[in-house]
Design a binder for this molecule. Sequence first.
Ligand code: AMP
Ligand code: MG
Length: 496
Amino acid sequence: MDAHNVTFPRFNFDNSFARSLDGFFTPWQAAPATSPRLLKLNHALAAELGLDADALDSEIGAAIFSGNLMPDGASPLAQAYAGHQFGGFSPKLGDGRALLLGEVIDTNQRRRDIQLKGSGRTPFSRGGDGKAALGPVLREYLMGEAMHALGIPTTRALAAVTTGDVVHRETPLPGAVLTRIAASHIRVGTFEYFAARDETDKIRQLADYAIARHYPEVRGAQNPYLAFFLAVANAQAALIAHWMNVGFIHGVMNTDNMTISGETIDYGPCAFMDAHAPGTVFSSIDTQGRYAYANQPPIANWNLARLAETLIPLVDDNAEQSVRLLTDTLTSFSSMYETYWLSETRAKIGLATAEGGDLDLVNGLLATMEQAGADHTLVFRRLSLAALGDSAAAQILFGEPTAFNAWAGRWHARLERESVAPNERAQRMDRINPIYIARNHKVEEALAAAVERDDLTPFTALLELVSNPYDEIEGKEDFSSPAPMSPVPYQTFCGT
Ligand code: AMP
Ligand code: MG
């Protein structure tokens, strides 16, 4: 490389976390990567962050995104957090394989974290190697971008590099680093870390920081910490409603994997379900089904209760009064969730107005889908055709169509009570019901090609489709169809 022709990419860092939260992290450095190679750079996101994508699409970019080269102004650090994992409390988790480089203010004036994931051991690594393997890095890249394209709040991938080092899991695998962008990496578990140590001043400091960063509007409330809790609960209610409507299953909804900002984070054994089945679990480690599809709303509620506990000393000097206020607020989670979920589901079946019988109507459809094992994504997508009078494509997803036809009769009667032009309605439905999700067999295919054959072509093709999930492309039926019947249920692995 000719050093004279290289523009060194500038990051406009403004590291408020490092500056104002001393004691919440350990300053740290990345482990060196032997021969970093840039596999994927998210040009659109780079531009949004005010970064020079062309300059980063280079060996220098590979050096930066592997952790070998720290850009000017970075304050690399590992954050402390705790967490309830599968219901059991771990007082010390923290960034065991991640480094926060810092924050940039993006072109929309939003503050965004830039984090490396897989950059080596830290004081929080416990028994782990601090590394990430290529498959999980690409999985997180793909899932985050798919969710973003579906309009769901999420962390996003800026870059994926291979390190040139081998990572040992069950087999030796190529090592990789994901560069992740987030509204922040503050988790429910970050609050729990300090609550477990009875550090009330630190909890207040963290809450004040989180309020300033994510919910500045609550500062004027009569009880700002209670209003903060309500704001987090509200953001999570909206988030989980989105997940449910696209059939997304996070897989490890531990409190350390739940953000304060309301973004989806930590894509591990997550997956989209094909056949609509409330009990669906993909994760090999979730043997009890704690994080099954239908359990996600109550689990979010449970996680929020853990957050509420940490806020008791902040909300009122009288602990009993504090518990009462927080409990009352938490009680509103399920109705907030139901409201978000129903208004979105209404739109998915083409309704523009609300009527009392709508909940019953959408539940009727879901029950019929469950009974028939119909594909979640395709049923909703094909309802736009059915709304135009062509039911065949939807009907076929139900096998024996009697129940669906009966439901469709009620639905048509309901549609007719709205004065919306059919074409306009169908178009609107196709803007909310995706044709492409990251289907499990396609994800596996793409990751296998990348890991086993160093071939990124299938990954890039899938990424392209799920990044434009509403635009049907002729000849890509393979990507919109459920997996061919398999004798073994699909399983995902944490892949840490
Ligand atoms: P996760 O299951 O990815 O949400 O991670 C849970 C905790 O384990 C976090 O504290 C991680 O930093 C830590 N962890 C996961 N994988 C590794 C690894 N390979 N090395 C060190 N720490 C890890
Ligand atoms: Mg995690």
